[in-house]
Ligand binder design. Structure first.
Ligand SMILES: C[S@@+](CC[C@H](N)C(=O)[O-])C[C@H]1O[C@@H](n2cnc3c(N)ncnc32)[C@H](O)[C@@H]1O
Length: 367
C-alpha cells in the first residue's frame, strides 16, 4: 500500500493520471477515481470557518493563527476556506497563516496553481507548504490542525484469523504476479499493537491494523502548542471496527468511481484505502497530550454548525443543496464520516460542531 500509493515516481498520489482515454488527469473529483467531501461541496469549508473563528476567540486572537491542513489533495478545501475567511472575517484573514503539509510534490504544484488566484500578495506571506510533519518544529503551532480523508490513505497492515491464530496478509511474487500469503508468527511491532489495543478477530475474519495512523497522531500532538485537532474521515470506534459481522475488513480500491477489493491490479493507477479506527487516534492523542473533546458524525457536525442557514434561501433543487444532501445522508456520508476533535494547551470549552455528539462517555477511547 505504501509503495502503490507513495512510491516516487510510480505511486498513485505521486503522479497525474496518464490513462489515454481520459480527458481529466485528476485523481480526485468527478473526472478521477473518487470524490471527497470538499470536492462535492464548499459547505464543509464554509461551516468550519465559523468553528475556527470561535476557536480563535478562545485562543485570545493570537497575532498569528496557524491553520494547518495535512493532505490537501487538489487544494479545493483550502481555496474555499481562505475565500470564506476573506469574505466574513477580515481581521482573522490577516492573522491567518495557512500551512499545507502535502507528501506529493505533484499535488503540491496542483494546490499552488489552485491557490494562485487567491491574490498574490496575501499568498506570498500567508501560505506555505511542507512535505512532511517532521519538517515542522515541535510545539510551534497555535491554531488548528485539520485533515479530511488523509488518515484513510495511510498504509495499513492486513491480518486474518485462521486456525485460531492471527496471520499477517503479506504480498509475494509468483511468476511475475502478486500473490497473497499468510505470515505468522506476527512481527513484534504488530504483537505490541494488538495487545495495546486489544484487537480480537473471530475465526475467518480479515481486518486492518493502523500503525501508521497511530504514529501520525503522535506526530500531530508533538507540533501543536495550543489549539485543536480536527480529523474528518470515514471510520468507526474500535468496538464497531472489529465487529464480527465485518468479516472482510474495510480495505478497498477505487478506480473511476468503481469499488474493487483487488489491490493487485492497476497498481499505481487505483486508490487504496481503509476505514479509520478513531479509537486508536483518540488513544494515541491522549497518550501524547491531546485531550479528547469528542467524536460525532459528519451530519451532526454540520447540523451543529448551523448548515441549514447556508441553504435556507437556496433553490432546493440546486447543485449546492443536492451536494449537501449527499453529505448529510443518514446511510451514507452523513454517518460513515466522523469528526474527531482533540485539544491541547486550552481549557475545555464547547465546540458548536459537537453540539450533537453522537457518541457519549469514553466510547471513543475504550477498547
Ligand atoms: C484522499 S486524498 C484527500 C485530499 C483532500 N483532503 C480532500 O479531501 O479532497 C489524501 C491526500 O493526503 C496526501 N497524503 C497522504 N499521506 C500523506 C502524509 N503522510 N503527509 C501529508 N500528506 C499526505 C495525499 O497526497 C493526498 O493529497
Amino acid at each position: 500500500m505504501e509503495l502503490a500509493l507513495y512510491d516516487v515516481p510510480h505511486g498513485y498520489y505521486m503522479t497525474k493520471k496518464v490513462e489515454p482515454d481520459l480527458s481529466s488527469s485528476d485523481r480526485i473529483g468527478w473526472g478521477g477515481d473518487f470524490f471527497t467531501a470538499p470536492e462535492l461541496s464548499p459547505i464543509l469549508a464554509k461551516t468550519l470557518v465559523r468553528q475556527i473563528l470561535a476557536i480563535d476567540d478562545q485562543l485570545g486572537r493570537p497575532p498569528q493563527f496557524t491553520f494547518m491542513e495535512i493532505g490537501a489533495g487538489n487544494g479545493t478545501f483550502a481555496f474555499d476556506f481562505i475565500q470564506e475567511c476573506r469574505r466574513i472575517a477580515s481581521d482573522f484573514f490577516h492573522r491567518l497563516s495557512y500551512q499545507i503539509v502535502e507528501r506529493s510534490s505533484h499535488l503540491q504544484s496542483r494546490q499552488a496553481a489552485r491557490l494562485s488566484n487567491l491574490g498574490g500578495d496575501w499568498g506570498k506571506s500567508h501560505l506555505n507548504w511542507k512535505t512532511s510533519l517532521e519538517e515542522v518544529d515541535s510545539d510551534s503551532i497555535i491554531g488548528v490542525v485539520f485533515s479530511n480523508e488523509l488518515v484513510d490513505a495511510l498504509p495499513v497492515h492486513r491480518v486474518r484469523m485462521a486456525d485460531q491464530r492471527l496471520h499477517e496478509i503479506c504480498v509475494a511474487d509468483k511468476g511475475g504476479c502478486f500473490v497473497e500469503c499468510l505470515d505468522s508468527p506476527l512481527s513484534p511491532k504488530l504483537i505490541e499493537y494488538i495487545e495495546a489495543h486489544e484487537v480480537a478477530l473471530s475465526e475467518g475474519q480479515t481486518s486492518e491494523l493502523h500503525l501508521a495512523a497511530e504514529l501520525w497522531m503522535k506526530q500531530v500532538a508533538r507540533l501543536l502548542h495550543r489549539g485543536i485537532v480536527v480529523t474528518i474521515d470515514y471510520g468507526h470506534t474500535h468496538r464497531d471496527y472489529y465487529r464480527s459481522d465485518r468479516k472482510d475488513g474495510t480495505f478497498l480500491c477505487y478506480h473511476r468511481h468503481a469499488i474493487s477489493t483487488d489491490p493487485y491490479v492497476r497498481v499505481g493507477e487505483q486508490d487504496m484505502t481503509a476505514h479509520v479506527n478513531f479509537s486508536v487516534l483518540a488513544r494515541a492523542g491522549a497518550k501524547n497530550g491531546l485531550d479528547i473533546i469528542g467524536l460525532t458524525t459528519m451530519a451532526n457536525w454540520l447540523i451543529g454548525l448551523g448548515v441549514e442557514e447556508f441553504v435556507r434561501d437556496q433553490d432546493q433543487e440546486s447543485d449546492d443543496v443536492r451536494a449537501l444532501a449527499h453529505l448529510l445522508r443518514p446511510h451514507g456520508m452523513g454517518t460513515t464520516f466522523k469528526v474527531l476533535a482533540q485539544r491541547k494547551g486550552m481549557e475545555a470549552f464547547p465546540l458548536q460542531g459537537l453540539h450533537y455528539p453522537a457518541f457519549f462517555g469514553d466510547v471513543v477511547s475504550s477498547h
